[in-house]
Design a protein around this ligand. Structure first.
Ligand SMILES: Cc1ncc(COP(=O)(O)O)c(C=O)c1O
Length: 470
């Protein structure tokens, strides 16, 4: 038999070995992309709050939050304490037959934090699973005539086949046979209420099952306009269409309220939540539905096992979920998020005025902020011919790559972007970020822009990319 690594040996892997194993046994393309973006310097020894400590002693500020998981930062003390207590007391993690205390408590807490009869929970591990649960529940609640799902262009809801059917970004679904037939999914432009009205007026209302939206569209950092979600809910209510708000990335304090839809004076029929729910230490997701939707779908005993999953609310996940919700829902915590958001927007808008040639817009909400750069301006001053670079399809991605590298290598600040909108740099820090850490980000941005983006791009491109001969 071939030898496997013990836990101790795993901890002692060198950084070089780690990169090689990642390349060979996880994902070769991603490993290449990490190299191009300069992320291979991240030989992380430990992490706490916003800070990653590297093996060479360098400290990096992590403003990616594990794409939204680390609302409370790395290894938040209260979450770690809950985990310790959980382990010291030998609390049960999984019990499939009979009621489960921590699941019951987490479900109760979610129902207390949500309005109206939005109070029946389904737990799972990943965000996509909670979206699957919402798709299935709304379908079952609608009844036999239901056929169509409506979602927004550039929306992201996960990559399992059902969730992918309502996802519309970066061609992630191309080449796959989707869970929902393509002809049953309708994409409408986000923030355009007229398009929704048109779809609803064209299709018999009995046939539309649900509309799913993110109150802040994550891939392009676009918050819903003021009355958009309210009108969506009103039109849907009149037409018996289930409204699903995907709060997986934008919820749990990110926007300054516990769930981001709460600022919009409306209540959906179902929400999905995940990412930050496990306090950055556990993978847990939840779908919460209105009681009447649940009752229609799975209310009777013979329907009670129609949608289940083995890892439905593991004990430790629920324990950290309970603690996370209690930390985040504290008014003081949320007020601080709003203040930090205001501070960041103000400072970034100042930079926009200082560098109008480079910054097109500052967008987002709460501590979910995008800096949209004017890359077209810069591209026109280069003569790009054939560029050979694995993984990267779009020259704007290359330009953003050079920015990410500059922030990381020169300013010790980790940021990210999405391929859906590569001209937008995403600032998604832990919500516990300090004012001083915000200042470091602003100062780094000022310095990056002061240096001049054209020089930066030229250095990056010539350093990383092979140009074609013809
Ligand atoms: C808004 C939104 N919905 C769903 C998902 C899918 O979650 P997961 O990757 O945990 O399946 C994500 C993940 O990024 C997301 O941002």
């Amino acid at each position: 038999m071939k030898k496997t690594l013990s836990f101790e040996e795993s901890l002692n892997l060198t950084h070089k070995q780690t990169i090689n194993y990642y390349r060979n046994y996880i994902n070769k393309g991603l490993a290449t992309a990490f190299g191009i973006l300069g992320l291979n310097i991240l030989d992380i020894k430990s992490a706490s709050g916003c800070t990653l400590e590297l093996s060479n002693g360098d400290k990096i500020l992590d403003f990616t939050s594990g794409i939204g998981v680390l609302a409370l930062g790395h290894n938040h003390k209260k979450i770690v304490d809950v985990e310790r207590k959980f382990q010291d007391l030998n609390i049960i993690d999984i019990q499939k037959f009979g009621p489960n205390k921590l699941q019951a408590a987490l479900a109760y807490n979610l129902s207390q934090l949500l309005p109206e009869d939005l109070e029946v929970c389904f737990f799972a591990v990943s965000g996509a699973e909670s979206v699957e649960a919402a798709i299935k529940m709304s379908t079952m609640a609608k009844g036999r005539e239901g056929k169509y799902f409506i979602s927004a262009s550039e929306g992201y809801h996960g990559k399992t086949l059902g969730a992918l059917s309502v996802t519309d970004t970066e061609n992630f679904s191309e080449g796959f046979l989707l869970g929902l037939p393509k002809e049953n999914t309708i994409k409408i432009p986000f923030n355009d209420i007229q398009s929704y009205k048109e779809v609803v007026s064209k299709i018999t209302k009995e046939k539309i099952i649900a509309i799913i939206l993110e109150p802040i569209q994550g891939q392009i950092v676009e918050p819903a306009k003021e009355n958009y979600l309210k009108e969506i809910c009103e039109i849907s209510k009149k037409n018996n269409i289930t409204v699903i708000f995907d709060e997986i990335k934008c919820g749990l304090g990110r926007s300054g309220t516990i769930f981001s839809f709460m600022e919009y004076d409306c209540v959906p029929d179902i929400i999905t939540t995940s990412k930050a729910l496990g306090g950055g230490k556990n993978a847990i997701s939840a779908m919460v539905a209105r009681r009447k939707v649940f009752n229609k779908a799975y209310g009777s005993i013979n329907k009670s096992t129609l949608h289940t999953t083995t890892f439905f609310g593991l004990g430790e996940g629920c324990a950290t979920g309970i603690e996370t919700l209690n930390i985040i829902s504290d008014k003081n915590f949320l007020d601080k998020v709003k203040l930090k958001s205001e501070k960041t927007f103000k400072a970034l808008n100042k930079l926009k005025d200082k560098y109008p040639k480079y910054i097109k817009s500052i967008k987002g909400k709460g501590l979910f902020i995008g800096i949209e750069f004017d890359f077209d301006n810069i591209i026109s001053s280069f003569t790009f011919k054939k560029i050979k670079i694995p993984f990267i399809k779009n020259i704007k991605t290359v330009l953003m790559g050079s920015l990410i590298r500059e922030y990381l290598h020169e300013h010790k600040v980790l940021l990210h972007f999405t391929n859906a909108q590569p001209e937008t740099l995403v600032f998604l820090p832990p919500l516990i970020i300090s004012d001083e850490e915000i200042d470091i980000f602003i100062e780094a941005t000022d310095k990056v822009l002061h240096k001049g983006l054209i020089n930066l791009f030229a250095k990056f491109i010539y350093g990383n990319i092979k140009f074609g001969n013809n």
